[in-house]
Design a protein around this ligand. Sequence first.
Ligand SMILES: Cc1cc2nc3c(=O)[nH]c(=O)nc-3n(C[C@H](O)[C@H](O)[C@H](O)COP(=O)(O)O)c2cc1C
Length: 192
Amino acid sequence: MKTVAVLVGSLRRDSINRKFAEAVGKLASDRLEFKFSEIGDLPLYNDDLWANPPESVLRLKREIESADGVLFVTPEYNRSYTPALMNAINWANRPWGKNSWEAKPAAMMGATPGATGTAAGQNALRGLLNVIDMVLMGQPEVYFTYKPELFDADNNVADESTKVFLNRWIDRFTAWIERTSEPRTKAQADAA
Ligand SMILES: Cc1cc2nc3c(=O)[nH]c(=O)nc-3n(C[C@H](O)[C@H](O)[C@H](O)COP(=O)(O)O)c2cc1C
């Protein structure tokens, strides 16, 4: 089964984006294996730290490089994505020539209590994912207005039309990863 490194842009314990990502991961578990990559322990980006790189940075780079695809699930902060997510993206983009994101199949989604569903935030993120050379799925877009009643007590998607919509997204992303993955060398496959 293909693996997906999942980065949640919120560091909050009760984050609706984390809850949403976990619910999507449960729904997808017969097609994709979600592996959450934590970003809250990364220092603020500082080039000087490459002299003795923090383990959290090396771990993030390993997790991205060994995954078949990457999913970003982020809140919208003032019509953009979060600084925590940008920090993580910058770390794994370096050192020069060792961009961990390169050619990775990617997708994004976001949840907010608000009506606009993180559309503006994702629009900002789209430009960055292009610059770091990811292969971003364009459709279906997931602009999610979070309502607790759409989920059951175990954080499974309970609402039928939400389930249908997300199942279609999962099928599309699974196919996207198959279709856009670059063939791995034997060494890469062994390391994964
Ligand atoms: C600094 C800041 C800026 C925000 N800006 C937006 C925004 O532009 N659009 C929006 O829909 N919600 C905005 N919100 C509200 C978030 O959507 C809400 O706090 C949400 O619960 C954050 O996601 P999380 O629960 O995963 O942490 C903002 C919240 C913060 C803290």
